[in-house]
Design a protein around this ligand. Structure first.
Ligand SMILES: Cc1cc2nc3c(=O)[nH]c(=O)nc-3n(C[C@H](O)[C@H](O)[C@H](O)COP(=O)(O)O)c2cc1C
Length: 167
């Protein structure tokens, strides 16, 4: 390894460490159409505007629901707290044949027909803005919050990472 490579590695690991200290919440992103609801656990989520109230999410192109969000023109977020953290297991654990992460869960249907988790600390139903941003391994999508609800009092889960170049 050349000294230039070594210095690049050192810089990358400094970037990874520093990025990992940026706190985020933990969310389930969902999108719903007539064929059903799909979703995934997400941490690359941030409010990026007040008027209109706007949220940005970063979605890997490999993520199944990515195309569905583009087709539906909507996405929703369920913000997790300690009491709803178990919902993540529905997306990472092994499911039985034909089972979906949503089976047996209490879902709330928003005015626009999106599905969000009743057990979440809060939820946000967003209309996708036309202009997103293709940024390498993730697409940044913007949504205007059309309806939202804080379900109960409590603190959101805060997600920090040892290595900010991964989830
Ligand atoms: C803590 C955490 C945060 C994540 N955040 C995002 C995210 O913001 N965007 C994304 O596209 N995927 C994100 N993922 C990955 C998806 O949840 C992914 O579907 C999941 O890891 C399962 O991987 P698979 O699609 O390879 O089965 C995250 C994963 C974890 C564990």
């Amino acid at each position: 390894m050349t000294s230039e490579d070594q210095s690049q590695d050192t810089q990358l690991s400094a970037i990874a460490q520093a990025l990992g200290r940026i706190p985020s919440g933990l969310f389930i992103v969902t999108t719903t159409d007539t064929s059903g609801t799909t979703g995934f656990v997400a941490s690359l989520v941030q409010q990026v505007g007040f008027a209109p109230p706007t949220i940005a999410i970063a979605v890997s192109r490999e993520r199944g629901p990515f195309e569905a969000i583009l087709e539906n023109g909507r996405f929703s977020l369920s913000l997790l707290d300690k009491s709803s953290s178990g919902l993540m297991g529905r997306f990472f654990g092994k499911l039985k044949d034909g089972e979906t992460p949503f089976d047996g869960q209490q879902m709330h249907i928003t005015a626009a027909g999106s599905s969000v988790f009743c057990d979440a600390l809060a939820w946000y139903d967003c209309k996708l803005l036309k202009n997103g941003y293709d940024n390498g391994d993730h697409h940044v999508l913007f949504g205007v919050v059309e309806e939202a609800s804080l379900s109960h009092e409590g603190e959101p889960l805060i997600h920090l990472r040892k290595n900010g170049l991964g989830y």
